[in-house]
Design a protein around this ligand. Structure first.
Ligand SMILES: [Zn+2]
Length: 262
């Protein structure tokens, strides 16, 4: 699942390629918009809001997309062949210079510009957004102190941008098991600051790292490292399939804190 920094970079690439260009053809391969034609309209920009992408077309329309689990946007020169199967394409935006193809998107919808707030208004402060607000993110996280911290970090209404990978890494860095209640996390502010630091550090690069080491196999502390040795203490990393959202943690470095009271 893409993390907020991946979505941020996708928005940047789409923005650089399409903004100011006129669409020569549009192809919406989802039933609700199959007959919509926005050709002749200029693209006015693409921004990321948490893990949502908003591509503004003309004065009135916004293409709202979300990568969900498997989605990606690719940019191709008009004569280049696609690197993903044609049947996975949900939308194709043609300009003279680029064909932007959204594959396997979880959300593909064209909405009136003024309805953007309905699409993304529920999101908490965006870790990579211009409106990032640490205090508000802390307030939202802290509103439910009994909720497991892993779940609370993934809830985009608390703060926007953390996916399953950073959830695992942030819990490791904070020394807490992901089922630790929010109220028992020793320094929640530090954890939130670290989330911002990690996403900022990775937003410009393809290879994400939380260890500061970009070498293969050394980039992450626990995520996707089930049964391998903890890079800090050598213990085997624990792994839980967790219904398609696998969890990873070091049983020694990340004790489950259920109640700190004696
Ligand atoms: Zn460890």
């Amino acid at each position: 699942m893409p993390e907020g920094d991946t979505v941020w970079r996708t928005a940047k690439h789409l923005d650089q390629a399409l903004t100011g260009r006129v669409l020569t053809r549009t192809d919406f391969r989802v039933p609700a918009f199959a007959t919509l034609d926005l050709s002749g309209q200029p693209v006015n920009g693409t921004i990321a809001r948490g893990k949502h992408l908003l591509t503004r077309i003309g004065d009135d329309h916004t293409l709202h997309t979300h990568l969900k689990m498997e989605g990606s946007w690719h940019l191709y020169r008009p004569t280049t062949s696609w690197r993903r199967p044609v049947h996975e394409a949900r939308v194709v935006l043609h300009t003279e210079e680029w064909h932007a193809v959204g594959f396997a998107l979880g959300i593909t919808e064209v909405i009136p510009r003024e309805d953007e707030v309905d699409a993304v208004g529920h999101l908490g402060p965006d870790l990579l957004g211009p409106d990032w607000d640490e205090q508000e993110a802390l307030r939202r996280l802290g509103a439910d102190p009994l909720r497991p911290i892993g779940e609370a970090l993934l809830d985009q209404r608390n703060l926007a941008g953390v996916g399953n990978m950073y959830k695992a890494e942030l819990c490791f860095l904070a020394g807490v098991h992901h089922d630790t209640p929010v109220g028992e996390v020793p320094d929640l502010r530090r954890m939130v600051r670290r989330a911002k630091q990690v996403l900022e550090a990775n937003k410009e690069r393809v290879q994400q790292a939380t260890t500061g080491d970009l070498r293969r196999g050394k980039q992450l502390w626990v995520y996707a490292r089930g049964r391998q040795s903890c890079l800090r203490c050598g213990t085997r990393i624990a792994y839980d399939e967790n219904g398609g959202r696998p969890a990873y943690w070091c049983p020694v470095c990340q004790p489950l804190r259920t109640d700190s009271r004696p």
